[in-house]
Every structure is written in structure tokens, then in C-alpha cells.
Design a protein around this ligand. Structure first.
Ligand code: PAP
Length: 331
């Protein structure tokens, strides 16, 4: 079965009159939702309107391919890395020999489409041989077609402080490049602590996938950026096994796991020409430099941006919110 919206003609963003009307009606609906700064609230989470339109369209139309695997995350928690690793793992037969990997010529976000943006824009623009779709949509708002399917989901999360700092830099850089005055770090922090950030509340996003992973462990793999950094090799093997393409003994002996780790490392990807000077979604009004996805790639950079008091406050909030869930995020 092909993963798609039933037809491009029914899309909220396509050229047809029907599509335009639908886009307009999503916009109209969104204009009635609670709004703070540029975020609108829908089903308990906060979104920039263009992603929310895509999400609403996906909820109405998206049908996954039965083999699809969803790369899920709250923004800035390790998505780029996870996309690169899963893409490299499931296309590894194409990576060997002299055939150049797509990861050398494309930013990982151009290898794995985003459900609520790329798919909504053009569901046909997809390499059907790659069974990967990404989304930042919280578990409770995923299209019913995804939740009720047999598709697997891989979720990555990260210490809230590092996720917040990474998000603030990302949005502030994008806004500055469009001559928009960004929120100060302090303003954005206050909002984040009250649950208002892209796809936030952060803790509800994490908890939604955490609880679902406990309920459906064979379907949802829950990972953290910090654990993955600590022992990347065992995570690469775990990912391959979960995706149904385990490494053979022969591959392991030939160093395939290490090759993938090196190819997807921050050092390697961030120094590629395409990621230094290329553009993501270059032909759209939402174009951005690929370099924005590669800032530092470190654990604990929050301490260079937030005061100790701010850090302790966010830790306390996370502790309270996650209490009783059995989940302890690394800090
Ligand atoms: P997204 O939500 O826009 O896709 P995402 O990839 O989830 O962003 O997060 C970006 C973070 O991952 C950045 O962290 P930083 O701001 O703290 O530096 C980015 O540097 C980091 N990152 C990107 N690629 C890699 C990689 N290959 N290995 C480790 N970290 C990475």
C-alpha cells in the first residue's frame, strides 16, 4: 500500500479549488484557536500555523504505507541525527562500494520527509524505497491512520534544558534571517516553562510517547539523545533490529556499524559542503540554511546559556511533570 493522502487533488495545499478551500478552512479554524505569540493551541499542544495546517490535513487524509517507520520527536531533541542513522541503516546496501550515499549530498531532512510539512506540500515527492517518515506531532494528535496501523515508531527525546536552548537558538536564527525580532531567551524560557513552545508542552510530548511505548513496546522504541551519545554502537544495532534489518555477523565483522556511526556523526555531517552551504526546502517560502540543523551537538550546552537557577527551575518542573511515570530523563 502506498503512503499518501488519497490524492494530491484533495490536499490542503495543492492548486485545486477544493484544496484551496480546504486550506482556507484550516486557516479559518486556526484563527479561532487560542494564540500566544506565533503559536496556536490545538488538542493541548502549541504550533506555528503552517505546521498546524499540515497536521490537520494529515489527520484528515494521510494514510501510511504498511512498511512505514515513523521518526518521532519534539523539535531539537536529535531528529537530524536519528534521521541520518535510520536512513543510513535502512539504505545501507546502497551505501557500500563507490555509490555515494544521499547523506553526502542531502541534509538528513531532505532524505526523510516531515509529515506535517513536506507531505502536506507534496505527498508524491517521496522515495518510496525509503520507508521513513518523520513527525514532531505529539502521540495523542497523530493521524488515527498511523496509530491504528502496524507501522513502527521511533521516538527520541533529550534533557529539557538542552532541548530548550537548541530550540531558542534555532528559532532566533531563523527569525533574524527574516528580519524578525526574536523573543529574548528569558521570554522564551518563561513561555517554555508554562508549556508554550513549538509542539509543547515539552513534558506532555515526552510523556505521550513514553506511555505509548510502555503500552506497545514492540511498536514504539523510546530513545534519548544522551544515551545514544553514550553508546552509539549498541543503539545503531538496536535501531536496525527494531526496523527489521539487523546487521549480519558478516556486516558487523566488516565494520558496517562503525561506518554508519562515522557517516552520521556531527563532525562528518556538519562539515559536508551540502550542510555548510546548502539550503533545505530551497524552492519554498520556508527555505533555510542546512547549517541551522548543526549547532554544537553536545550534551549540557544549556549551562552556557541559562543561569543555574533557570536550569534548576526547569529540572524541577520536569521532575514534577514526570513523577510517577517511571521515566527519568538524563540531565
Ligand atoms: P530539528 O527538530 O530541527 O530536526 P534536531 O535535529 O532534533 O532538530 O535537533 C538539533 C540538535 O541536534 C542540535 O543540537 P544543539 O543545538 O544543542 O547543538 C544539533 O546540533 C544536534 N545535531 C544535529 N546533527 C547531529 C548529529 N549528527 N549528532 C549529534 N547531534 C546532532
Amino acid at each position: 500500500m502506498e503512503s499518501s493522502f488519497p490524492s494530491t487533488q484533495n490536499l490542503g495545499f495543492c492548486e485545486s479549488a477544493e484544496g484551496k478551500n480546504e486550506a482556507k478552512s484550516y486557516k479559518e479554524m486556526i484563527s479561532t484557536f487560542p494564540r500566544v505569540q506565533r503559536w496556536s493551541c490545538y488538542e493541548g499542544f502549541w504550533y506555528f500555523p503552517m505546521f498546524l495546517e499540515g497536521l490537520m490535513s494529515a489527520q484528515d487524509h494521510f494514510i501510511p504505507q504498511s512498511t512505514d517507520i515513523f521518526i518521532t520527536s519534539c523539535p531539537k531533541t536529535g531528529t537530524t541525527w536519528l534521521k541520518a542513522l535510520t536512513f543510513a541503516i535502512c539504505t545501507r546496501s546502497r551505501l557500500s562500494g563507490s555509490s555515494a550515499s544521499s547523506l553526502l549530498t542531502k541534509v538528513p531532512h531532505d532524505c526523510v520527509p516531515l509529515l506535517e510539512y513536506d507531505f502536506a506540500q507534496n505527498p508524491m515527492k517521496r522515495d518510496r524505497a525509503v520507508p521513513l517518515v518523520s513527525t514532531h506531532v505529539p502521540y495523542s494528535s497523530l493521524p488515527k491512520s498511523v496509530v491504528s496501523s502496524c507501522c513502527k515508531l521511533i521516538y527520541i527525546c533529550r534533557d529539557a534544558k538542552d532541548a530548550f536552548v537548541s530550540l531558542w537558538h534555532f528559532i532566533a536564527d531563523l527569525q533574524r534571517s527574516k528580519n524578525i525580532e526574536p523573543l529574548s531567551l528569558e521570554e522564551a524560557f518563561e513561555l517554555f516553562c508554562s508549556g508554550i513552545s513549538s509542539y509543547g508542552p515539552y513534558w506532555d510530548h515526552v510523556l505521550g510517547y513514553w506511555r505509548a511505548s510502555l503500552e506497545f513496546p514492540e511498536k514504539i522504541l523510546f530513545l534519548t539523545y544522551e544515551e545514544m551519545k553514550k553508546d552509539t554502537a549498541s543503539h545503531v544495532k538496536k535501531l536496525a533490529e527494531f526496523m527489521g534489518c539487523s546487521f549480519t555477523l558478516e556486516e558487523e565483522e566488516e565494520g558496517e556499524v562503525q561506518k554508519i556511526i562515522s557517516l552520521c556523526s556531527f563532525e562528518k555531517l556538519s562539515n559536508l559542503e551540502v550542510n555548510k552551504n546548502g539550503k533545505h526546502r530551497a524552492d519554498t517560502s520556508f527555505a533555510m540554511k542546512n547549517s541551522v540543523f548543526f549547532r554544537k551537538g553536545e550534551i549540557g550546552d544549556w549551562a552556557n546559556n541559562l543561569t543555574a537557577e533557570m536550569g534548576a527551575r526547569l529540572d524541577y518542573i520536569m521532575e514534577q511533570k514526570l513523577k510517577g511515570s517511571g521515566l527519568k530523563l538524563p540531565r
